[in-house]
Ligand binder design. Structure first.
Ligand code: CUA
Length: 319
């Protein structure tokens, strides 16, 4: 892929059909604001210097000017025209961003502390933290949250939409270039907010259908621990749990299995298969001392085989 040169000092490279309109409006506002800033500040400086009180000169009193109709009309009409340009231009772009094309690919987005899950409603494929979309096809996202307010933000696509509990919000985009784009949560949502980062991968039509097929499969013909390793990243465990001993939002998985851990209530618990299973499905039941009770339940997000695989994977991380 040739390097994208559409990025500027202020904006990342353009990745969607709407990017061009958003950027030109942004640049129009930036340039006009800069021009007016210079006129006003330089003008004020000029008057300050030109009419300053000098030593040895007697103060000359003149009759105060009342007004200047010409000047007042000028500074009313010019800003009014500019504001209307910005309004009409912005409104037109806003409508384009909000009217979803009828042939859009439909994806359900669920935000949860602190990850994104994507359900491809037609094919049944699912993914966590990685939204894979075909290039050149509109994609409609219907979004909701299971807990607090999050915000779905893809700077490369110039889209940002709040994701709310108890209400659906909709946004759409059409990727124009294949590539990987950052996905951020742009609404402060608690301890793991800054870790609520995903990727949008825009791929060709063919790669997309291959991906759809692969992500609907469930690790057949794969050693259980390897499948667990795959789930560890695809189901976003990696956001809070490391495998190198570093402590993040949750305990590290390194050497965890078979150890005794002290819980917040002071009880000691042996980390075995049953403890891991319980902690995946009902994380609040036994919280390790020194950690916040913030892990979401994976009930419904993982089936029995997935849990077996994750347990097997954590076992394999013993030193
Ligand atoms: Cu989710 Cu910030």
């Amino acid at each position: 892929m040739p390097p994208d040169t559409t990025g500027t000092l202020f904006l990342p490279p353009q990745g969607s059909t709407i990017s061009g309109s958003v950027d030109s409006l942004f640049h129009f506002i930036l340039v006009t604001s800069t021009i007016f800033f210079l006129i006003i500040v330089l003008g004020a400086l000029y008057f300050v210097l030109r009419y300053r009180k000098r030593a040895n000169t007697a103060v000359q009193l003149t009759s105060g000017p009342t007004h200047s109709t010409k000047l007042e009309l000028l500074w009313t009409i010019i800003p009014t025209i500019l504001v209307f340009i910005v309004f009409l231009w912005g409104f037109k772009t806003y409508l384009r961003m909000h009217v979803v094309p009828g042939d859009a690919l439909k994806i359900k987005v669920t935000a949860q502390k602190w990850f994104w899950s994507f359900d491809y409603t037609k094919s049944g494929a699912k993914s966590l933290n990685e939204l894979v979309v075909p290039v050149g096809k509109p994609v409609e996202l219907t979004m909701s949250s299971t807990d607090v307010i999050h915000s779905f933000y893809v700077p490369g696509f110039r889209i940002k939409m709040d994701v709310l509990p108890n209400r659906y919000t909709v946004t759409w985009f059409e990727a124009t270039n294949a590539g990987v784009y950052d996905l951020f949560c742009a609404e402060y949502c608690g301890t793991g907010h800054s870790e609520m980062i995903g990727k949008v991968r825009a791929v060709g039509e063919r790669e997309f259908s291959q991906w759809l097929e692969a992500s609907s499969s469930s690790g057949e013909g794969m050693p259980l621990a390897d499948y667990g390793a795959k789930l560890y990243s695809s189901k976003a465990c990696v956001t809070c749990h490391t495998i190198d001993g570093t402590v993040k939002v949750g305990p590290s998985f390194k050497g965890l299995f078979g150890t005794q851990q002290v819980m917040v209530d002071g009880k000691r618990v042996l980390v075995d298969e049953n403890y891991l299973r319980e902690s995946i499905l009902n994380p609040m039941a036994k919280v390790v001392a020194g950690f916040q009770p913030v892990m979401p339940s994976f009930q419904g997000l993982l089936n029995d085989k997935d849990i077996d695989a994750l347990v097997e994977y954590i076992k394999s991380l013993q030193e």
